[in-house]
Design a protein around this ligand. Sequence first.
Ligand code: GLA
Length: 389
Amino acid sequence: MQNIIATKLAVTFNEVFKNTKDPLIVRSPGRVNIIGEHTDYNDGFVLPAAIDKAAYIAITLRDDDEIHLLAFDLNETFSTSLKDLKPVEDISWPNYILGAVAQFAKKNIPLKGFNAILSSDVPIGAGLSSSAAVECATVFALNTLLHTNFSKIEMVQMAQKAEHEYAGVMCGIMDQFASIMGKHNHVIKLDCRSLDYEYVPFKLDGIKILLLNTNVKHSLASSEYNTRRQECEKAVAWIQVFHPEVNSLRDVSEVMLDEYVLPKDKLIDQRSRFIVQEINRLQKGCEDLIKGDINALGKKMFATHDGLSNMYGVSCKELDYLVDFVRNNDTVIGARMMGGGFGGCTINLVKEDSIEQLLMQIQPAYEKATGLQLDYYIASIEDGTRIIK
Ligand code: GLA
């Protein structure tokens, strides 16, 4: 698959840009997250992994300041100049690339213009971090071509800033970390405060990761995401008055919420209580995984979904429908909505030999209930960002 894409991009590149030089091609994957949702920007833990769907960038530097981009799958082009580097308003995809370039500019790296083709098989708006994949591919490619020697962690942080500054989503660090740092058949237990991380083996005999895509792309996703972030910060500010040592919800207990947040605002209490519980749930879920108690982990995934839906308010009826459909199915070990929310995919741990039967039941039922098509992907866990050519 990778080789086919690399060849396709290299051929198109030479046709479009009439280049004599072969482009550098970098692949950067999308991600899943087993448990630990909306915890990253609260200094908590997450448990993501890079998957077998990825963004690819084919790129060569130019001798002038011009930037020429082609989005292969959309058949759209975009051109600008380094002198005019700023977020674009009417189309989104160039922003993930330009946002990455801007990080080099901010570090006063002498830049050059470039020609690039972008292609991706990470479904857009499915909660699989298609934008992070493009940001990471671009940062990684420029780091190589400009010989800037940024460490992987620095590149993760630059890619995250690209999302903040050029896509306007104040995301945490999980997506970019998973894309760059992913490891075949391992999930990453990441402490989003210290950025300490541990690879935990995730090779479950007879169990697969099944992603069910609601095909709902909620327009509220980015504005509500930023609102959730502010709601969490509000709870922290109220607690800090009495506990100046508290820096984030990572430092907060439910007793503190009972005392300082619940009496002030029920909604803020629900939001922050979910995060406090989720940080705790991930720690225990990770122990389950290490012990091989996958059923216990699965139960926690359902609990995470219920919290995201009822307390954190980031689910939607289509996501709830899919999780409720599999809740009492013995072949589904765990299921929940995944990523920012308001649409996208559910992640399901399913016994491999039952997937076909499950799909035969859930696809028509979902389509009947919602009028939407249900897409699915069986994800495998792969390595993070790599040069492929
Ligand atoms: C999006 C963000 C991540 C994270 C998740 C929710 O994917 O980009 O940083 O906050 O939502 O866990």
